[in-house]
Design a protein around this ligand. Sequence first.
Ligand code: SF4
Length: 700
Amino acid sequence: MKDGAGIFEKRSTCPYCGVGCGVVLRPDGSGGIDVRGDQVHPANFGRLCSKGSALAETVWLHDRLLSPRVNGDETDWDSALSLVAQKFSDTIAQHGPDSVAFYVSGQLLTEDYYVANKLMKGFIGSANIDTNSRLCMASSVAGHKRAFGTDTVPGTYEDLEEADLIVLVGSNMAWCHPVLYQRVLAAKKARPGLKVVVVDPRRTASCDAADLHLPLKPGTDVALFNGLLTALYEGGALDAAYLRNIAGFDEALHAAMADDPAATGLEASDIRKFYRMWMGKEKVVTVYSQGVNQSSSGSDKVNSILNCHLATGRIGKPGMGPLSVTGQPNAMGGREVGGLANMLACHLDIENADHRQAVRDFWDAPHMPTAAGLKAVDMFRAVGEGKIKALWIIHTNPAVSMPDVDAVRAAIKGCDFTVVSDITANTDTARLADVLLPASAWAEKDGTVTNSDRTISRQRSVLPAPGQARADWAILADVARRMGFEAAFDYESPAEIFREYAALSGVAGMLGKDFDISGWSDLDDHGYEALEPTRWPVTKTRQGGRFFADGRFFTPDGKGRMLAVRMREPVARTAPRFPFRLNTGRIRDQWHTMTRTAKSPRLSAHLAEPFLEVNPEDAQTLGIQPAALVRVTSPIGSCILRALITDAVRPGQVFAPIHWTGETAPSARIDVLVPSVVDPVSGQPESKAAVVAVAEFKPE
Ligand code: SF4
């Protein structure tokens, strides 16, 4: 499209977080772009946060990977792709389909994700494809599936504006989903009656908007929400009519009553105040994020929240419902397309024979796995054990971001054959690859993404791909064709892939699933190019809206499920040798392992180096001065950080940001501290509850 002055520009989507803000991109004529918020995108209505505003500073080419490389030497695409196809085919022929794996990313566009998933699950015949979204929101997926029968987000962002009470649980929305936070602040200004409660062990920037901050002990969220369920019952605040659509109430209540909210360590008066606020407001939205998900009891935490909404019918109606917010731009699209090792495409279940058959028929697939594949932590463990012999990592940096990261690094290094597709060779993971494939970056890519409230938006290319860089879907399809699957991967455009995907979703819709965008299955190229941000489902008879207000769910009997859950403490226990609980998270102006945001000087100016937040009482006990270097040691590793003494963390707790890597700060890698403990249901790592010792660092 052209702006008022006749200058060419395109509407696209910010590639950072799951808010999924619309951006307008305009080439500046010298290889860069100008970026502004899209005034009509329903996620942001023109707003951008600091990261989105600095996007133009991240598109420069100085460290781009411009050609394929094999063992460090530049080569041509044909040689590189033939080698990848040959190695994967040989490994499968020799050791079976489960000897290979893909580890992909919420940075992929939906069309890329669809092709990767189709190749692994339908044609290679393994379910060994998992994603870095496993580290981000797998517990929400598991919680949704247990309660609703599908991974359905019931509500919308507009609910934040219509709510009377917003509860943020384990979510520093002010820094991690800043535009949603801006919407909350605007709603609060417009309606002073709107109350905000923040449930978080740490006093974060989000507490600036809070009417009540509940700094609960790490890992005790289930006790808080079980206590709420009990209070709702005892206070006569349940919705008896809605409960007729819900199974499991008695068991869930029985379990809830056995938990004592005093285990949270909160003041009893604050707990009562929170429960009274919940009971006193009909329109309640509970937003939750990594503080809930990244836990060995993450799925139970999710279900303890969902239980309270189901028991009171506060779900799927304007201004009420649970809302999980995802960390990555297309974490939701990856969930929809089956990017998790335990899912098929379009929310179909890999362990359901009817679903498998439907997908097999649709794809005309020669091989389909009958069981879930390896989830991220188990996948890298299998790589380390030599069970996975060929690994393809796409747009992610597990040599930095996985728990017990030194073991993951060693596993990748020892793998017989590792392929990495990325935009740069300068990541810790890329340095371990046998084959490096140059991929297009976000401003060069065409496709779709889905944000946290189910809105599908277009990402549009506005810059040419540099050197030999190519779209991920095209690279994957080329390898698939070289592996002998010509007809099924004969794609010529992302629009063609999207139409196939939309048609498959119609099959899922006929099987009673929520994810159905079959209304777009006959979209022509022009329609795809012009696609407006739209919340799914999109069928001939329905577009968007909320789910579950009518009390109909996607379980076999159509009823929602309340789960009997009990509080479980984090697996690692503090002890005299490791007396501190290490919380981890993002800072406002950096993103993941800084591969993009570190290019922006103004983003790096916010917090310039890695740090460890330490409570003043603990600092005094340990003799640690402000800004001193400290050594942080866990049972599996150690790193050096600068002490930031603040009462934002409680005594006995410390906090460190996740972003700095082997490249930017080799001695400050905090993932060497985090053990590979996972939630038994979701497989999501417990990233926020390592135990550590802290001591002043004395260089030798
Ligand atoms: Fe981008 Fe998220 Fe910021 Fe929106 S809130 S501009 S999607 S980083």
